[in-house]
Each structure stands twice: as structure tokens, then as C-alpha cells.
Design a protein. Structure first.
Length: 130
């Protein structure tokens, strides 16, 4: 997706790519969608309250964990983790797709946006219920 389209998409969400990396945990918690920041190994660096409520997982139990193995093992598939890994390899990622999170409590159909930030060399996972 061209950069202008990606910027437009986040503008619709009330956010700009330039601001997401500098948001405090408190500011991330005010977002009206799930926001998860992952390092290159897939470790969770940030996890907002919206996502905590959606997944029924306390933020404190998620930070530092492997997202694909410990937090959301249902994402350890090519459609999800494969795009994440390719984004790091390319140092560029902006993908949007529908996904089914098979949470133990209340499985959910969601819209996922993956975005590679060259500012922090991390991938942001934005989650919105469908």
C-alpha cells in the first residue's frame, strides 16, 4: 500500500504513523482499537487496554512475552507471522486483513493492520473487531 494510503488509513483511526511510536502507555490506552507493538523477535513491547479487554489478558502478563507463542498462538501462521517476518526483512510493512482470533474466552473476528515503523524498528499490530 502506498505511504499516502497508509497515512490516510491511520488518519481515519485518529492517529498518524509519526505519533504512534512516541505515545505513552496512557495515551495508547485511550485508543479506540487494539494496539500491540512487537520487536523483531515477536516480543510484546506495548499492549494497550483495549487489546487487553478484547483478549481477556492483563497487560502485565503480556509485556515481554512472545506474541506468536505465548500470547496469541493462533497467529503463528504464514498469513500473520509470515507477513510480520517479511516486514522486518524488507524494513517495510503495511498490510490489512481479516482474521479470526481463537481466544479461549470469546473468540473474535477482527480486522488486523500490520505496520512496520522505521523509527523504532518494530511492528505495530492494530486490531479492530468486525
Amino acid at each position: 500500500m502506498p505511504k499516502d494510503d497508509a497515512t490516510s488509513e491511520l488518519a481515519i483511526l485518529g492517529l498518524s504513523f509519526k505519533k504512534i511510536d512516541s505515545m505513552t502507555p496512557e495515551a495508547l490506552d485511550k485508543l479506540p482499537f487494539g494496539a500491540i507493538q512487537l520487536d523483531e523477535q515477536g516480543k510484546v513491547k506495548a499492549f494497550n487496554i483495549y487489546e487487553s479487554n478484547l483478549s481477556h489478558m492483563p497487560k502485565s502478563s503480556v509485556i515481554g512475552k512472545d506474541f506468536f507463542r505465548d500470547v496469541a498462538p493462533c497467529t503463528d501462521v504464514k498469513e500473520f507471522r509470515g507477513q510480520f517476518q517479511q516486514g522486518f526483512a524488507d524494513k517495510h510493512l503495511h498490510a490489512k486483513f481479516n482474521y479470526h482470533f481463537a481466544f479461549k474466552q470469546k473468540p473474535r473476528d477482527v480486522s488486523v493492520t500490520l505496520f512496520y515503523s522505521s523509527i523504532t524498528a518494530t511492528v505495530w499490530v492494530f486490531v479492530q473487531p468486525r
